[in-house]
Design a protein around this ligand. Sequence first.
Ligand SMILES: *Cc1c(COP(=O)(O)O)cnc(C)c1O
Length: 233
Amino acid sequence: MIDVAANLARVRRQVDEACAAAGRDPGEVRLLPVSKTHPPELLQAAYDAGVRLLGENRVQEAAEKADHFADRPDLRWAMIGHLQTNKARQVAAFADEFHALDSLKIARALHKGLHDLDRSLDVFVQVNSSGEAQKSGLAPGEVADVVAGLAELPTLRVRGLMTVAVQQGVDGAGEREVAACFERMVELRESLPEHLCGRELSMGMSGDLALAIAHGATTVRVGQAVFGARETR
Ligand SMILES: *Cc1c(COP(=O)(O)O)cnc(C)c1O
């Protein structure tokens, strides 16, 4: 079986090293382990190693896992995948963070559900920083209007922006193209008022976390390097 505790320790070391190399305080960078597709035993191993926030991208799977771990209320859930409006109420009921906010329509649906349940949700606005057609997220030019609209939805606390950079090796993309995605995020953040958009950047995954940290990531979402390879689906 995968040694989740050892993997977590190794990834935390990578985060610390990337912070040291970038002259950043490791306390500024949060590791969000992404447990999608993996069984409860591996999530339990992460919990036993001290993890209290897990990332999931499918609502049904996440809701079932939240249910499974309902007797550990200190374990919290971050939804990191694109969400359909008809699933918003479900997410409002169990999630603490949502990293893939990409429309005011979904924001309003979440707000309604949260308001009814007297809950709130930390959100990150997802940006398509690579311009790839298959990627979710707002175009950079659309973000200002959306964050302005979010100010009217008090159950949503906007903490910052989120992106999935181009993957190195895809369409000949190298480190420079990946870095360009992260640089676009920093520029975009600087162009937006802090009181509307927050200052956090959720970016960096197993393959590019050091580069993301060098560019100012404050949350890295790490799946494979913690839980091992996923079945492709
Ligand atoms: C799956 C996923 C991750 C984690 O990816 P790894 O390559 O397994 O580290 C991060 N962010 C999002 C949005 C994901 O869907």
